[in-house]
Design a protein around this ligand. Structure first.
Ligand code: F6P
Length: 540
């Protein structure tokens, strides 16, 4: 069934590949209405991709053949769909506001989820009001979150995205094991006024543990060992390891193994965000995620935003053969969204074997990259418009900014966003280029010489996600939309999107190389390049 669905799509592509997007728009004045979908104010416009109503039918048949609905229901039902780790996948429970139970192994997890949320709220309120004070009784003005990967990227992305709602202490994030990161961060801060949150699902990640030890020395060195208890909090699933680090039980916020690191911003890993924007706004963020969950769970596939978004992604990656996708937020506060999505998408779907262990026979997840517009326009958009590779683009844009006094700048931003997707779609023909140069009064020779450089092939696909305003609820919907899109793609690939064994080998080799770098083991046991580099870098 699945192979037939793929073959039907391939045949359809062969039949339609010569149609330019310009022609598709010219032939169907309803194209935008037909090929866009909405969840309230959230709009997904995929009309600027080379699909037609027929393509969507074929893609929906693919989703059916791949059992996307049954796989989705298994996730929401708490089945152990993360097969290589034997775990359920239930980040959706963290934002479940339906009042209904969510069962894992016969136990309703909602009472525990809600209890942690309550404790986080009380702690965040205490820090924000000054009721939970520093060792000297004064207020915390700064919070440093130490974590990496999913214990960093989500909170970093959300803190910036929700800056207009930030009325709590200043937030700082340290992730890299490069000492420069923590040194530069702490250099600006007063230990007496700083709370440190150590965030690690496993509480074993070497980068986080090393930075946490550095921060501990910084606090203890300046304020004395007794101050450590007042200046540290931690978030983890490994409560015993956190206790061993010396963090007080009432400062430890837990979560569960059924929350993947890259899906954990909704859990206690979101604590720094909650401290920044307050519990009420954080709950609005969760509510946004829940609204998207309900939509994904219940909307018919043909109107289901994550399903359609996933299918368009599959169309580009599999049928059209495009190896990458660019995330282009025309929303400066989503500047860290591309980095966040790199982990969400590439750590989830960068896989080479099926769930059952056999090698995949089709490409899996694409490369994900991007930068906010308009900055990207002055950097890499040249390649997007005229390069030899086609990179499907994803534009994100709000109808309204948060700066009414700068509404004219927002209008300029909107014009640029729409101009880019229009230019990618339409392009500019040789005739149009020549006509423009003629109008500018160039000589026929100069026109002949210059015109080819001014041609834009167009026919370059993009999706636009538009929303009214980037508030906490909308950010929640956007992130959940992307999570479920990754899920839909993985369901069709038939891979496990919830493990990440590909990060292991590098970690093991780093452990083996540290003694070499420290001069305690010979470099020669490694390959000639690695040994040569080690000798160069250590001067031995
Ligand atoms: O190395 C990859 C990874 O395991 C990610 O999946 C995870 O988000 C990150 O490391 C951090 O892990 P932890 O939260 O356990 O410190």
């Amino acid at each position: 069934m699945l192979e037939k669905a793929w073959a039907d799509l391939a045949a359809h592509r062969t039949r339609t590949v010569s149609q330019h997007l310009r022609e598709l728009f010219a032939a169907d004045t309803n194209r935008f209405q037909t090929l866009s979908a909405r969840l309230e104010d959230l709009l997904l416009d995929y009309s600027k991709t080379a699909v037609t109503a027929e393509t969507i039918e074929l893609l929906l048949a693919l989703a059916e053949a791949a059992d996307v609905e049954a796989k989705r229901d298994a996730m929401f039902a708490g089945e152990p769909i993360n097969t290589t780790e034997g775990r359920a996948v239930l980040h959706t429970a963290l934002r479940n506001q339906s009042g209904k139970p969510v069962m894992v192994d016969g136990v309703d997890v909602m009472p525990e989820v809600n209890a942690v949320l309550e404790r986080m709220s009380a702690f965040a309120d205490g820090i924000r009001s000054g009721k939970i004070a520093a060792a000297d009784g004064g207020r915390f003005t700064d919070v440093v979150n130490i974590g990496i990967g999913g214990s960093d990227l989500g909170p970093v992305m959300a803190t910036l995205a929700l800056a207009p709602y930030h009325d709590g202490p200043r937030l700082h994030y340290v992730s890299n094991v490069d000492g420069a990161h923590i040194a530069d961060t702490l250099a600006k801060l007063d230990p007496a006024r700083t709370l440190v949150i150590v965030a690690s699902k496993t509480f074993t990640t070497i980068e986080t543990m090393t930075n946490a030890a550095t921060a501990r020395r910084w606090i203890a060195g300046a304020l004395g060992e007794d101050a450590v208890a007042r200046h540290f909090a931690a978030v983890s699933t490994a409560l015993d390891k956190v206790a061993a680090f010396g963090i007080q039980p009432d400062r430890i916020f837990g979560f569960w193994d059924w929350v993947g690191g890259r899906y954990s911003v909704w859990s206690a890993i979101g604590l720094p965000v909650m401290i920044a924007i307050g519990p009420e706004n954080f709950r609005a963020f969760l509510a946004g995620g829940h609204a998207m969950d309900e939509h994904f769970r219940t909307a018919p596939l043909a109107q289901n935003l994550p399903v359609l978004f996933g299918l368009i992604g599959l169309w580009h990656r599999e049928t059209c053969g495009y190896p990458a996708r660019a995330v282009l937020p025309y929303d400066q506060r989503l500047a860290r969204l591309p980095a966040y999505l790199q982990q969400l998408d590439m750590e989830s779907n960068g896989k080479r074997v099926h769930k059952a262990g056999g090698a995949v026979t089709r490409p899996t997840g694409p490369l994900v990259w991007g930068e906010p517009g308009t900055n990207g326009q002055h950097a890499f958009f040249q390649l997007l418009h005229q390069g030899t590779d086609i990179v499907p683009c994803e534009f994100l844009v709000a109808a309204e900014g948060h700066e009414p006094e700068l509404a004219h700048q927002h209008r300029l931003l909107l014009a640029n966003c729409l101009a880019q997707s229009e230019a990618m779609m339409k392009g500019r023909t040789l005739e149009e280029a020549k006509a423009q140069l003629t109008k500018q009064g160039l000589s026929p020779e100069a026109i002949e010489q210059l015109a080819p450089h001014k041609v834009f092939p167009g026919n370059r696909p993009s999706v636009t996600i538009a929303y009214r305003k980037l508030d906490p609820f909308t950010l929640g919907r956007l992130i959940a939309l992307y999570e479920h899109r990754v899920f839909v793609e993985a369901a069709v690939f038939d891979i496990n999107a919830f493990d990440q064994w590909g990060v292991e080998l590098g970690k093991e080799l780093a452990t083996a190389l540290l003694p070499v770098i420290e001069g305690k083991a010979p470099a020669e046991v490694h390959d000639a390049s690695t040994a040569g580099l080690a000798r160069y870098l250590t001067g031995r």
